[in-house]
Each structure stands twice: as structure tokens, then as C-alpha cells.
Ligand binder design. Sequence first.
Ligand SMILES: C[S@@+](CC[C@H](N)C(=O)[O-])C[C@H]1O[C@@H](n2cnc3c(N)ncnc32)[C@H](O)[C@@H]1O
Length: 283
Amino acid sequence: MTIATKETRVSDQDMAAYWDRAGRVWVEQQGLLDRMYQPIARAVVDAADPRAGEAVLDVGCGAGATTFEAAWRVGPEGRAVGVDISPALLELARRRVGEAGLEGVEFLQADAQTHVFRAEFDAIVSRFGVMFFPDPVAAFANLRTAEKPGGRLAFACWRGPEDNAIATVPLAAAAPFLPSLPKFEKDAPGRFGFADPDRVRAILAASGWRDVVIDPLDDPTPVSAEELLTMSLRVGPLNPILTGQDETVREKVREAVTKALEPYVTNGVAEMNSACWRVTAKA
Ligand SMILES: C[S@@+](CC[C@H](N)C(=O)[O-])C[C@H]1O[C@@H](n2cnc3c(N)ncnc32)[C@H](O)[C@@H]1O
């Protein structure tokens, strides 16, 4: 299997610029995103099984939901460290530590692909934070150096767009009103970069991880119809495209997307499954 490298795809700078913008959207929508994806944070941390007093690293931690989930498990004697490249998300994460009154939580602004870690972690976790590396083999080899011998890895990544209607339905509805739309390029770094489990196995094997297990993980957390629209227009790939359009186009897209989402809404409650993989491995 060919694994995309830095040279053939997107650069580290492109990805940092992408997350500088997208990170601000995730800050704006943190409450909704964390409520929708809380079961995924729990499933990932359950799979890593951190015990009291252990040290856990959360990769691409964003606003820290999974870091906090790990911090509760390791307790005040343990450590939960979140690493991310987005300054805006880390600022929010640090603010939330104080609000949650948690001990043993730290946040680090760094590129997880290249940061020089010490081999001090019992477990590495991630909710949707590991599919964006331009050079995934180098990144996972680097992450392995952060683990103590035999350390555990557990992360969640999305399955393909064909299993995630939230990714495809709004784009299809908006297409007639917009000059061009992004295409989901198979295996490219990004939201669906780890959709193919064989590719994930190949990346982990090439970067020295063992005992890899990949299981489907589904999250049908209900949201309101308005929240589903927010996810479609603000959080998804339509957001940067709509920003450049005039008000008439934006309104037409909003109407079309609202209509396309109607089949997923019953009595104001929307159910749209997030179809993911839960991946575990050992260092
Ligand atoms: C989809 S968001 C998930 C955020 C968080 N884990 C959550 O579930 O709310 C992906 C995160 O990965 C971070 N990220 C992307 N590439 C990274 C890298 N090379 N090193 C560290 N963080 C990275 C982004 O800044 C972003 O916060």
C-alpha cells in the first residue's frame, strides 16, 4: 500500500493555516461539538483504559474534552497533557481547566508530528486529532517515542463520507448555487484521511505500532434541527466557501440545506450518525 507523504500532498504550513482558521470555528462551536462527540471521547478513553496516577497524552486535543475525560480517570496523582497546533483552541482549553477545577492537566502548543517528546506516557488518546498529518508514518513514529515501553494508543477517526451523511448531504444541496466545491480526496490528510482501515493498519505497522485493532464506532447523539444546520453551514467544508459569497447566495444555500436535512429531523430532533473507527494499538 502506498502511504501519502509530505511531498505528494498538503504541506505542514497548509495544515497549520487550515487549523488556524478551522480552530476558531471549533472554538465558536465548542459546546455543541463536545455534546455531540462526548460519547466518542468516552469510548476512546475507555479503550486506552488509563488508571489512577498514569500519564496520558491527548493528540490534536482541541479545546480539551478528551484531555479532561482522561484527567478524571488518572486523578490528581496522574497527568493529562493535550497537544495541539491551534492557539485559539488551546487558549480555550486552558481557560476550561480553571473552570473545571481539574488538577494535573497541561496543554502544549506543538506539532505532534515533530515535537520532541520524552518517553513518559502510559497512554496516547485522540478524538479526531490524528488524520491531518501530512506525513502520517513519521508522525506516528514520533508519537511512539512519547510512550513508555508497552504504552497504549487509542483514537477515533471518521469512516468515509459515504457513511457520514453530515458530510455529503449539505454539500450536495449547496452545489447548484456555488461555483465549485471541495472534493473528498481519498487518503489525503484531512477529516476522512483515515477512512480506509487497511491504510490505517499500514501506517501504524510502518511506524512500529503493534497489536492494532480497528472497530466501528457509531455516535448517533441527537441534536436540534438548528444545531444540525449549524454543523452543516458553520463547522463543515461549506463555511469557508460561503464566507466569500453574497447574502443572496448564502440565503439560497441555507434554504436548500435546511430542506435537504428535513428527512433527518423528527419533531425538531435530528439524528445523524457520526460513523467512526476506534483504533487501538501498543507501542
Ligand atoms: C477535528 S479537530 C479535533 C479536536 C479535539 N480532539 C476534539 O475532538 O474536539 C482536530 C484537531 O487536531 C489539531 N491538529 C491538526 N494537526 C495537528 C498537528 N500536526 N499537531 C497537533 N495538533 C494538530 C487541530 O488543530 C485540531 O484541534
